[in-house]
Design a binder for this molecule. Structure first.
Ligand code: G3H
Ligand code: ZN
Length: 308
């Protein structure tokens, strides 16, 4: 696949064709080329992504360091994405999001995510709009979040089924309609039942719950927004719900915990970095082939090259 179309075109095409674009988080720098090589091996289009959490709480080092490592192995079927760039982080701390976004633009990321979801709607709109104005002139796509995909915060959540039934944090369709219209955002991260893998020292190694998705709610969001939707907390979402999610607007899925835990477990057990890389690669291959059914997607994606 020739990588001439921008990532916004590719994700839009994926949404239309019902093909899922996976985005794998980098928690440790050696994971970068592992992700790229696994995507290339299966001829699958996907993103390598890093978030502030991966940098500050794990070992991804920095926005520029990730880009530098990525350039060593980048392939036509991969792109580089700056994931969650929070305005207020999971600990309630105000963050310097402008510097992170500017750095990503400077060092050539293909897309960025601003996460102002902990702000009131009007402020989320204003910040997201600002990021769109920063990124689009450079041909960089922008993702934002509305609603709350819980799980990164410290402290216990209610039992999963209770949380799901309560619809706590779910994205409101009317707000989503207004948000997309007023921000010009390319992709929207929505909350419809998935949760983020825990990251606190006490909980980060625990297995994730097999989350469900409220497909009816997702459909309302798809109809209200008309842009590709993003499913965060992708690790462990039940495959049947992922399949229904793709049919109802989900075009990109973020996967972190599922590839981090085997990597860290291998290192903790005295394994080498290369053994840890293989442990992550195995998971990537499995989800590509057996869960998302996207092997060969790089050849199947048909784009019309028109957007920034
Ligand atoms: O932005 C990152 C993701 O939403 C990853 O979530 O670690 O639960 O797969 P996960
Ligand atoms: Zn996320």
């Amino acid at each position: 696949m020739q990588r001439e179309p921008k990532v916004a075109d590719i994700v839009e095409a994926a949404a239309k064709q019902g093909i899922l674009i996976p985005a794998f988080n980098v928690f440790h720098l050696p994971m970068i080329c592992t992700i790229v090589e696994a995507l290339a091996k299966h001829n699958t289009f996907g993103l390598v992504e890093v978030s502030r959490i991966d940098i500050v709480k794990f070992q991804a080092k920095g926005v520029a360091e990730v880009a530098e490592e990525y350039r060593k192995c980048a392939q036509p079927m991969t792109a580089l994405h700056l994931d969650h760039t929070p305005v207020i982080d999971e600990d309630g701390v105000r963050c310097d999001w402008q510097s992170m976004i500017s750095k990503a633009i400077e060092v050539g990321y293909d897309s960025v995510m601003i996460d102002a979801s902990r702000l009131p709607l009007d402020e989320n709109i204003a910040v997201t709009r600002q990021v769109v104005e920063m990124a689009h002139p450079h041909g960089i796509a922008v993702e934002a979040e509305l609603g709350a995909v819980l799980g990164h915060e410290e402290g216990p959540l209610p039992p999963y089924d209770e949380l799901f039934e309560s619809k706590r944090g779910f994205t409101d369709p009317d707000e989503a309609r207004r948000f997309v219209k007023e921000t010009g955002v390319d992709w929207l991260s929505v909350s419809v039942g998935s949760v983020h893998g825990a990251i606190s020292a006490a909980t980060k190694d625990q297995p994730k719950v097999a989350a469900k998705l409220d497909i009816e709610h997702l459909r309302k969001l798809r109809d209200a927004t008309g842009v590709p939707l993003v499913l965060h907390g992708g690790s462990g979402v039940q495959p049947s719900y992922v399949a229904e999610g793709i049919k109802n607007g989900i075009a990109k899925i973020n996967i972190g915990t599922d590839i981090r835990q085997p990597y860290e477990r291998t290192i903790a057990a005295g394994g080498s970095v290369s053994e840890a890389q293989s442990a992550s690669a195995e998971v990537i291959s499995r989800v590509i082939r057996e869960v998302y059914h996207i092997e060969g997607s790089a050849d199947r994606l048909q784009t019309t090259d028109s957007r920034p």
